[in-house]
Design a protein around this ligand. Structure first.
Ligand code: ADP
Ligand code: MG
Length: 303
């Protein structure tokens, strides 16, 4: 019987989500007949993983240290195969600035933005409204604000609690629909359209039941649906990802061009009971246990 260590929790802003993902995965691994040890790097020292010596690590961490290549690098050094993307792909995907350079180099249309020094952002109007502010490397909408007008900007500056370093990513706001594409076994398996009541598709809308509505499949034309699928797969391949990923896209359907804009690629998509990935998979006839089983089969070092 293979012994799987599930990494979950951690210290990132997405700790709670990671615990939910980890619990679901743990349950599924037990269903599949694996021996399971749950491991929270917030409660234990990472070097203990070596003493436990599992056959495979299932990485259920989200956010910094879990999704950005750090933990992947440690597992490479320990020579313990792990799930999802490797060191480089994880690092790149977590950084919204560098990943965009690669996405654009393979012809993917991305949200348009620039990085500003926080001080410059404070002291001058840097872009026409509306725009979006985000940290370069966080997830789950942590630190994301949409500034529609001067009032929003003033409020943001008044209440600012920016704990994400000296740089700030500012992007042109893309109106329209919110789409997300799931990639599994090197194929796009479906597109969800997300509707939410809040101004921003924020943490609450993402993780609290009834705060948002998901439409699987997305209610868009077949042509746009296929286009979104190919953007997702292209993004996944361009960074050299493995396992599963999820691409977040805006669809400016009311504009003349009706373009899609890639916002980011998530290398550790949430696997909680209300997460987007398992929902798309289910619609494609793929069960939660199948996702987990595939990730275990696909686990590796140096690949
Ligand atoms: N350029 C943009 N235009 C419109 N909405 C955006 C833009 N960038 C981000 N958003 C909104 O903020 C959410 C979170 O942004 P995203 O880039 O996906 O970061 P995170 O890693 O936090 O999920 C998106 O799902 C979307 O609703
Ligand atoms: Mg996102």
């Amino acid at each position: 019987m293979k012994h799987i260590l599930v990494l979950m929790g951690g210290e990132s802003a997405e700790r709670e989500v990671s615990i939910k993902t980890g619990m679901e995965v743990s349950k599924s691994l037990k269903n599949l007949g694996f021996k399971v040890t749950e491991f929270d790097p917030y409660e234990k020292q990472l070097f203990e993983i070596q003493n436990i010596s599992p056959d495979i690590v299932f990485n259920a961490l989200h956010g910094r240290f879990g999704e950005d290549g750090f933990i992947q690098g440690l597992l490479e050094l320990y020579k313990i195969p792990y799930t999802h993307s490797g060191v480089l792909a994880s690092s790149l995907a977590m950084n919204k600035v560098y990943s965009k350079k690669i996405f654009e180099s393979v012809g993917i249309n991305c949200t348009i933005g620039d990085v500003y020094i926080l001080d410059d952002f404070f002291h001058s109007e840097i872009m026409n409204y509306p725009y979006v502010i985000k940290p370069i490397n966080e997830g789950s909408s942590v630190g994301v604000s949409i500034i529609f007008n001067k009032n929003d900007r003033d409020n943001f500056l008044k209440n600012i609690e920016w704990s994400f370093g000296n740089e700030i990513l500012v992007e042109e706001y893309v109106p329209g629909k919110e789409l997300t594409v799931a990639i599994y076994k090197d194929k796009a398996i479906g597109v969800t359209e997300i509707m939410y009541q809040s101004k921003v598709y924020d943490y609450n809308a993402k993780y609290k039941e009834n705060f948002s509505k998901h439409f699987v499949p997305a209610k868009i034309s077949e042509q746009k649906y296929n286009e979104a699928m190919s953007v997702g797969l292209k993004a996944h391949r361009s960074l050299g990802c493995r396992g599963i990923t999820r691409a977040d896209i805006r669809y400016d359907y009311e504009s003349e061009s009706g373009d899609l804009y890639l916002m980011e690629l998530n290398t550790q998509p949430g696997l909680t009971p209300i997460s987007l990935f398992p929902e798309i998979a289910e619609h494609a006839g793929i069960t939660f246990d199948e996702i987990v089983d595939f990730l275990i089969e696909d686990a590796g070092c140096n690949k």
